[in-house]
Design a protein around this ligand. Structure first.
Ligand code: SAH
Length: 467
């Protein structure tokens, strides 16, 4: 290790920057986050740098740096994008006893700047000894993703209540208190009610942890999206990373489950035809049992938990048992399917609204407002509709829908096995059967894939009429 990382206290310290172009502006943007007294020397400052000077955020001298300008400076940055001028500035800095950095010149620099992830007061600095700036940037991106944007605020709140937290036994109990606050309760409270709520939540947690030597469990109900792990939200990933128990539906694929901690207990509660079947009551009881035992439970549902996911029943059970929960939304199948066929679900002058329907409910095939759905331009996404295809066809046509109404089935949207079948209402059942559509699929009523539309629009008017 040639460069040793340290965090320098710049409060009230003089920092000198020679140069005021775009690159210098980028550096100044970072330096202005500190409480340093920043002096900039440059004959032709960029507008933004002049604006900062006008706001008194830096002091700007519109001339080249000269002997004596670096007196008393802690750090000096030479960012003139001109080797000779940088060397001159560096010499002035060194003779004044400042640590010097010449941008993009490792040998000419006494210190180098890391890539920074800023969650003040938490700062992550990433250095590669200048060997691989691109790598540093990609590591930075990964860490940015890992650390929620609320981390800084939470760290400050934690700092404020550090004294109060001493009431919780040192060791495991206190460690668990902070883990629960930073990873779970804190971010949720901050989202729901801002800083005051996060502070109150920490107060409550401290009180709870003082009384109990075991933390309360919680349930996070997570939307897993349509299947591709890339379509999970960051919040869903974080919940999976810290889960003790993951209770998931059959439609959640293995790639998503792999994101759970290695030690997590994974329970599938799908209703496999012919296989062991879980009743909703059993699923509720399982969640309650684990959370009551102190586990962090993730209830993972395909798509969004609030769409055909029996969410309310699970929330009722958790409320009845007095267990805290949070809901993480997910990309629902209809949205992934629409993206797959590159269409907009609403369109000016065609449909100002669209519906989500289910093909089946507890009583069998589901009834809907067929009249509205049959109207030209109406758009609907039908979930669980494959087996109801003939029924949908019959009901819609009785209510006046045209046999030519475009219908598109998207099977396994956002998965490797994705299949699109574009057809018409009149041919729907046959088209699904002919193409072997059997898996989870969305049926779009009133929508054709963009590719098909473009084809129709490209044809001369009389040919369209002949279709
Ligand atoms: N909560 C889920 C829906 C659960 S109901 C969501 O928001 O997506 C199950 C139905 O969702 C399936 O019968 C099918 O119609 C649809 N579905 C789920 N995943 C799908 C996928 N990857 N592609 C197409 N349809 C899917």
């Amino acid at each position: 290790m040639r460069h040793f990382p340290v965090f320098v206290d710049l409060r009230g310290q003089r920092v000198v920057v020679s140069g005021a172009g775009e690159m210098a502006a980028a550096k100044l943007r970072l330096l202005m986050k500190t409480e340093a007294e920043i002096a900039v020397f440059a004959s032709n400052p960029a507008d933004i740098v002049a604006a900062w000077a006008a706001e008194d955020r830096i002091s700007l001298h519109t001339r080249p740096i000269a002997d004596g300008d670096a007196t008393g400076a802690r750090l000096l940055y030479a960012i003139n994008q001109d080797a000779a001028e940088d060397a001159r500035a560096a010499a002035i800095g060194r003779s004044a006893g400042a640590l010097v950095n010449v941008v993009d010149d490792l040998e000419g620099s006494q210190f180098i700047s890391p890539a920074i992830v800023d969650r003040d007061p938490v700062t992550v600095a990433i250095g590669t000894e200048g060997a691989a700036p691109v790598l540093a940037r990609s590591i930075k991106a990964q860490i940015e993703e890992l650390l929620g944007t609320s981390l800084g605020v939470l760290a400050r709140i934690g700092q404020g209540l550090r004294g109060a937290a001493r009431a919780v036994m040192f060791g495991d109990p206190r460690r668990r208190l902070w883990e629960t606050f930073y990873e779970d309760v804190g971010p949720a409270a901050l989202r729901d009610g801002g800083e005051a709520a996060a502070m109150a939540a920490l107060d409550r947690l401290i009180a709870e942890h003082r009384l109990e030597d075991r933390p309360r469990g919680r349930v996070t109900i997570v939307g897993a999206g349509p299947g591709d792990p890339d379509l999970l939200t960051l919040r869903a990933r974080r919940a999976l990373h810290r889960a003790d128990v993951v209770i998931h539906d059959r439609l959640v694929p293995g790639e998503v489950l792999e994101l759970a901690r290695r030690e997590a207990v994974i329970v599938e509660v799908g209703k496999e035809p012919g296989g062991p079947s879980w009743s909703q009551e059993d699923i509720n009881a399982l969640m309650v049992e684990h959370a009551s035992g102190g586990a962090q439970v993730v209830r993972l549902k395909s798509g969004d938990p609030g769409i055909y996911g029996r969410l309310d029943e699970e929330l009722d059970a958790l409320d009845a048992a007095g267990i805290a929960y949070e809901i993480v939304p997910g990309v629902t199948a209809a949205l992934a399917a629409a993206a797959a066929i590159k269409v907009s679900l609403t369109r000016r002058h065609r449909n100002s609204g669209m519906r989500l329907l289910t093909g089946q409910d507890i009583g069998g095939f589901a009834e809907h407002d067929w009249h509205g759905l049959a109207r030209p331009g109406a758009v609907a996404a039908v979930y669980m509709g494959v087996r109801a295809a003939r029924f949908l066809q019959g009901r819609l046509m009785i209510h006046g829908a045209s046999a030519d109404m475009p219908v598109t089935a998207v099977e396994n949207a956002a998965r490797a096995t994705q299949k699109v079948v574009a057809t018409s209402l009149g041919r729907l059942a046959e088209a699904l059967a002919d193409n072997g559509v059997a898996g989870p699929a969305i049926l779009f009523l009133g929508l054709a894939p963009r590719a098909a539309l473009a084809e129709v629009e490209r044809l001369p008017a009389q040919a369209v009429g002949a279709h």
